[in-house]
Design a protein around this ligand. Structure first.
Ligand code: FUC
Length: 347
């Protein structure tokens, strides 16, 4: 295992540092202590070619101008919160407004726009980056001071762990995830339309016009939301299903995950790259980059819809308004722990 450190830029008078961890197969992750953003992830294809498989930039300015959360950690609460308010223990909290009348991905200065402390931990066959920061009581409108850690670990076995640990000094809501856009073709050779996804999920959550869960969980059976035996992303893009149409011709939906091994499998048959994801979280939001078109160059490639897809393992978005779903409330002093293991391979 190897670690390289470089300066990425400056923010709020502080140096932003990029750490690059690599293993002996050539797998490599670069992340910065601004938003815990994963700027680059390099993995071998079936012939051993090492290429980048995520959307990212090489400067902070590009992240400021063009990034719909590329590679960033999301918090305090992933997804949209309806009406940007919620009531907990009789108190109504008003959250920052950053998505029409709603609150999205933690607000105006969410965890994705925060400068984090960083420490390096070296294991026998792994290296971890431990990012830490204290989100103050009232930040973006949320109650409780929350002490947060995000840990990225790369191992010799081409595994990457995303772990999130937190503890609050008040009862509050918390739902963290990572917003990496994957494109397994390598160096953005193609869009993700031909990527095949397999999900151990029997139900998905329908969305309203504002892309917020309606509260209804629907069986995937007989729909383009049925990924249980594998399905190309293209099916949902071309589908006339009102839910994929509403999401901008694609997916932007939470899927409820079964408790099982290999819950998520993404395959690019062209390059042979595969990604397996396993999580302790109840859901994954599949976002297929439906809004990625724009006059933006991403490391020399013009951005377009479906250039990358996100697999955001997390709790249920807007769960605070839907008591029938698993809660995202955390108790005072109770440790929050979310973990997702990503394993990269080839076929
Ligand atoms: C995703 C989606 C959104 C949004 C954004 C950039 O997670 O749920 O609709 O466009 O992030």
């Amino acid at each position: 295992m190897n670690l390289a450190i470089s300066e990425f830029g400056k923010r709020e008078g502080k140096k932003i540092i990029a750490h690059t961890i690599s293993n002996s197969s050539g797998m490599q992750i670069t992340s910065i202590n601004y938003g815990c953003i994963i700027t680059k992830l390099i993995a071998p294809d079936r012939n051993g070619n090492l290429e980048n498989i995520v959307l990212g930039f090489d400067t902070l300015e590009e992240y400021d101008r063009h990034s719909p959360y590329f590679g960033a950690v999301i918090g305090r609460h992933a997804g949209r919160i309806a009406g940007r308010r919620f009531t907990l223990d009789g108190i109504t909290y008003r959250l920052a407004k950053n998505d029409e009348g709603n609150h999205l991905h933690g607000g105006l200065k969410g965890f994705d726009k925060t400068i984090w402390d960083v420490e390096i931990k070296e294991g026998k066959d792994s290296i971890s980056l431990v990012y830490h920061f204290l989100s103050k009581d009232g930040a973006e409108g949320y109650p409780g001071s929350v002490d947060v850690k995000v840990i990225y670990t790369l191992t010799e076995k081409n595994e990457l762990f995303f772990s999130y640990e937190a503890v609050s000094d008040k009862r509050t809501i918390l739902n963290m995830t990572n917003h990496t856009y994957f494109n397994l073709s390598g160096n953005l050779k193609t869009t993700i339309e031909q990527h095949e996804l397999t999900l151990k999920s029997n139900q998905f959550l329908t969305l309203n016009e504002a892309l917020i869960p309606t509260g209804e969980a629907v069986d995937v059976e007989g729909t383009v939301f049925d990924f249980r035996t594998g399905r190309r992303i293209q099916d949902g893009i071309e589908s006339a299903h009102p839910q994929t149409r509403l999401a901008g011709n694609g997916y932007d939906h939470p899927f409820l995950l079964e408790k099982a091994e290999e819950q998520i499998l993404l395959t690019d048959h062209e390059s042979g790259r595969t990604l397996i994801m396993e999580t302790n979280q109840p859901a994954v939001v599949l976002y297929t980059g439906n809004q990625l078109e724009g006059n933006v160059e991403i490391r020399g490639t013009k951005s377009q819809s479906y250039l990358g897809l996100c697999l955001e393992t997390q709790g249920i978005p807007d769960a605070i308004h839907h008591p029938q779903f698993q809660t995202t409330v955390i108790e005072k002093g109770e440790p929050y722990k979310s973990i997702t293991k990503l394993t990269f391979g080839t076929v």
